[in-house]
Ligand binder design. Structure first.
Ligand code: NAD
Ligand code: TDX
Length: 339
């Protein structure tokens, strides 16, 4: 089996490639990544010489070269992780989100149609459902929850999801979509909550909590997300959407305090800053469908996953130090100074 994984130099895509190469040594994995600020080739260094792995530095919007890659590689399955993925950046400048997340998705699906109706999986997000109120813990996102987006990021992901459903209905393209909650684990870019807080703690820098820190996210260890996608591409029903989440809701402030305490730092580092515009209050996934139909269950408890993640950042400074000393510093200054 030849599997094209787009966005494989990013956080979840790289974890998914490691998962595939380990579990299916007979598969060929072809990674396509533009290497934006969020893509990191050093993540893939240990597998670059694996004969079952190939890397293409390529933009998913580049139709001509995407078609060439399909002609060379004959994929059986395409799993699309490639995206602009950070909500705060989408608020600063939405345009690249529309380009990569919507146009890129259509280019990949056109290639799938052109080269033999190839199986296509879209990695989407629970953010397409908008948010839930904080005072209704009985409510969860199901696959039937209407799309109702808040940020340019989530709108672009929702636009892509609608296109995927349209390509399935109109062209009979064999598609599936997964909508997962917040992931955490190794190789996550330090602009996202958990790695940002771990790294700032280690550097004794202020910990910028948006608003009052009471927004709720539903955290899932990245390996559990990878296992869910593995099940969907092998056993999922064509044309379907699967929600993925582990019923692990926490407020942001509780996450930050937990990290501070695990690292033996002072809570005085916590600094409340101006809230994110349009900030979603609560995400909470109902994963009943994927559990009942495909037997998926989250395996890593948050208390173990967060320990593994903190240990990973402690032991892999070589991975993140070059990131935070480069262009990221300009981003950080722009986002957080005088906030
Ligand atoms: P990430 O930002 O860490 O990685 C994205 C990768 O895509 C990077 O390697 C980047 O270089 C690449 N990329 C960006 N634009 C590209 C383009 N035009 N062509 C080719 N490659 C391009 O993101 P992530 O957190 O790993 O998220 C992966 C996917 O999962 C995204 O589609 C995201 O919407 C979705 N998702 C993420 C989470 C989460 O908590 N991180 C949760 C649910 C869904
Ligand atoms: O410095 C911060 N301070 C803070 O309070 C940052 C970076 C975040 N936050 C808050 C905002 C959110 O309520 O923490 C929460 C999590 O923020 P992010 O890590 O930016 O994630 P989120 O906006 O929830 O989106 C993530 O989950 C869904 C991913 O980035 C998306 O790609 C995914 O689709």
């Amino acid at each position: 089996m030849n599997i094209v994984v787009t966005g494989g130099a990013g956080f979840i895509g790289s974890n998914f490639i490691f998962h595939l190469l380990k579990k299916y040594p007979e598969y060929r994995v072809i990674c396509v990544d533009k290497l934006t600020y969020a893509g990191n080739l050093s993540t893939l260094a240990p597998i670059m010489n694996n004969p079952n792995f190939k890397f293409y530095k390529l933009d998913i919007c580049d139709r001509e070269n995407i078609y060439k890659m399909f002609e060379e590689e004959h994929p059986d399955v395409v799993v699309n992780f490639a995206a602009e993925s950070h909500v705060d950046r989408s608020i600063e400048d939405p345009s690249i989100f529309l380009q990569t997340n919507i146009i890129g998705t259509s280019v990949l699906m056109d290639a799938c149609r052109k080269y033999g109706n190839i199986r296509y999986h879209q990695v989407s997000t629970d953010e397409v459902y908008g948010d839930l109120p904080l005072d209704r813990p009985d409510l969860f996102f199901t696959e039937e929850t209407p799309i109702h987006t808040s940020s340019p990021y989530s709108s672009s992901k929702a636009g892509a999801d609608l296109l995927v459903q349209a390509y399935h209905r109109t062209f009979n393209l064999p598609t599936t979509i997964s909508r997962c909650s917040n992931n955490y684990g190794p190789y996550q870019f330090p602009e996202k909550l958990i790695p940002l807080m771990i790294i700032n703690c280690l550097n004794n820098k202020p910990l910028p909590v948006y608003g009052k820190g009471l927004n709720v996210r539903d955290w899932l260890y990245v390996e559990d997300h990878c296992k869910a996608i593995d099940l969907i591409i092998h056993k999922g029903k064509i044309g379907e959407i699967y929600n993925v989440g582990g019923h692990n809701e926490m407020t942001n402030i509780d996450i930050v305090k937990l990290i501070v305490n695990k690292l033996g730092k002072s809570e005085d580092l916590i600094t409340y800053v101006t809230d994110r515009k349009g900030h979603d209050l609560r995400y909470a996934i109902d994963p009943t469908k994927i559990s009942n139909e495909l037997g998926w269950l989250p395996e890593t408890k948050f208390k173990d996953g967060i320990e593994k993640t903190i240990d990973w950042y402690l032991n892999n400074k070589d991975w993140w130090e070059p990131i935070i000393s480069g262009e990221y510093m300009n981003y950080y200054e722009k986002m957080y100074s005088n906030r």
